[in-house]
Design a protein around this ligand. Structure first.
Ligand code: NAD
Length: 491
């Protein structure tokens, strides 16, 4: 393992409030652990309720002062562009932190996550000042127009699976539209959020516009959600946490957007290009160690295509053996922590007991150093939709293969879930693929591809996968309020 040799440029083990690095008021800290070695990387500050209050007040004061919200959009855009530029220049530095903290392969953080973040800042830099409102036809001699104004103080709460990427999906459009932000990363993976604060300051973002408070969700996150000076919560995480957030934001009637869990079907019709489908099925579940909200964790296969697909799938799975996340060739890293390893192992046991056929993996992977929360790429065949491995989000490299007879059977099985985040359809017949795509209750459908994301394309869920859309012009809606202005034109 080369992990121990990596020497990251760590951000301060502090909170970032009003442009200052400060200790948590109670002086408390928490360790953050490298999941590939189980070693402590550094400490992060554990914010108190008082610290959250200070961060929110700083964001409120920055917003109310107008120094950001009333600045010309194109000037805000220049700073966002610069943040993107700095991120791009520091890709290696930021990607290393992300990999050490999360366990994802350096290939993913360096070639995909960080470049996507840079691009996202620059995409929204272009939108700043270009989402301003309409003139509306109204009766009588009146002039009516709408203004798009920032919502105010945004509480951004982010999970550990794409720590920086999911942060940027919120922070970039929020800042572009003139909001100020209090960011709460996951306590498992706070380092790149703190690094982002450093970069934003260097790019010239005024004090108080972005604040970062670290610590547990049950205290720090909950305090942010309850705080009366926060106008909106932008949340990505577990569906149960999303429900809790919705309940507690009701008290102050905050705007809420929720990007939650998934159990996405990846569907192979009998006329699919089997090689391409097998490739899409493996990357669909093993990319990001399966700790991906849109992971294609249910592979629905036409009976006729089953045997040919399974053969290729098992062959391709061999290429996804776990390895040192810092090795550029590694494609499957370490799960984020011991809890996640325990959870994934429990589901695998449930799958075996239910009667599914374990055809690949199924256990912890022993690294050469004997440490790390690695799990083998795992495939269950002959899974029934009623099994827990087919219904619940495992959030690990575990694929459930389910057969279907015809299109009606397929559509029923695909939609037999509380979730509705994403889906894939593999077919050479575009009409059939489109028919299925229309029938699926999911926020994203990929046809003859999987795991495609772009800053320009919206992302979000149907059903209990949440509501609201991130990315593209859609995100601009959730970071602005519409103000209708009337002018009496009668002489
Ligand atoms: P989580 O819900 O446990 O935590 C997410 C964030 O919320 C963390 O920062 C956490 O500290 C905070 N939090 C926890 N309890 C809170 C509370 N009561 N009040 C306020 N904040 C609280 O989720 P996780 O385990 O970090 O992430 C995995 C989950 O995220 C999975 O279910 C996954 O599907 C989901 N996810 C969804 C998307 C999407 O775009 N739909 C993307 C990535 C991850």
């Amino acid at each position: 393992m080369t992990t121990a040799k990596a020497s990251p440029k760590l951000p301060p083990s502090k909170l970032f409030i009003n442009g200052q690095w400060v200790d948590a008021s109670g002086g408390r800290t928490l360790p953050t652990v490298n999941p590939a070695t189980e070693e402590v990387i550094t400490q992060i500050a554990e914010a108190s309720q008082e610290d959250v209050d200070r961060a929110v007040k700083a964001a409120r004061a920055a917003f109310d002062s107008g120094k950001w919200s009333e600045r010309k959009g194109r000037d805000r855009g220049k700073i966002l562009w610069k943040i993107g530029e700095l991120l791009r220049q520091r890709t290696d530095e930021v990607a290393l932190l992300e990999t050490l903290d999360n366990g994802k392969p350096i290939f993913e953080s360096g070639k995909i996550d960080v470049p996507f973040c840079a691009e996202c800042f620059q995409y929204y830099a272009g939108w700043a000042g270009k989402h301003s409102g309409d003139v509306n036809e109204v009766a009588g001699n009146f002039f009516n127009f709408t203004l798009r104004e920032p919502v105010g103080v945004i509480g951004a709460i982010v999970p550990w699976n794409f720590p920086l990427l999911l942060t940027v999906w919120k922070v970039a459009p929020a800042l572009a539209m003139g909001n100020t932000v209090v960011l709460k990363p996951s306590k498992e993976t706070s380092l790149t959020a703190l690094k982002l604060a450093e970069i934003c300051q260097e790019a010239g973002l005024p004090d108080g516009v972005l604040n970062v408070v670290t610590g547990p969700g049950s205290t720090v996150g909950a305090a942010l959600v309850k705080h009366p000076m926060v106008d909106k919560i932008a949340f990505t995480g577990d569906t149960s946490t999303g429900k809790e957030i919705m309940r507690s934001s009701a008290e102050t009637l905050k705007r809420v957007t929720l990007e939650l869990g998934g159990k996405s079907p990846n569907i192979v019709l009998d006329d699919a290009d089997i090689e391409a489908a097998a490739r899409g099925a493996t990357t669909g579940i093993f990319y990001g160690k399966g700790e991906v909200c849109g992971a294609g964790s249910r592979l629905l296969v036409a009976e006729k295509a089953h045997d040919a697909l399974m053969e290729q799938l098992l062959d391709r799975t061999k290429r996804f053996q776990p390895g040192d996340p810092l090795d550029p060739k590694t494609r499957l890293g370490a799960l984020v922590n011991r809890d996640q390893l325990t959870k994934v192992s429990r589901y695998v046991e449930e799958g075996k007991q239910a009667g599914a056929a374990l055809v690949a993996g199924g256990g912890r992977w022993a690294s050469p150093g004997g440490k790390g929360f690695f799990f083998q790429p795992t495939i269950f065949d002959r899974v029934e939709p009623s099994y827990s491995i087919a219904r619940e989000e495992i959030f690990g490299p575990v694929l459930s293969v389910i057969s279907f007879k015809d299109l009606d059977d397929l559509v029923a099985k695909a939609n037999q879930t509380i979730y509705g985040l994403a889906a894939g359809v593999w077919s050479r017949d575009i009409k059939k693929a489109m028919y299925v795509a229309r029938k699926l209750r999911a926020g994203t459908v990929w046809i003859n591809t999987y795991n495609m994301y772009d800053t320009g394309a919206p992302w979000g869920g149907f059903k209990q996968s949440g509501f609201g859309r991130e990315l593209g012009p859609y995100a601009l809606e959730s970071y602005t309020e519409v103000k209708s202005v009337w002018v009496d034109m009668n002489m």
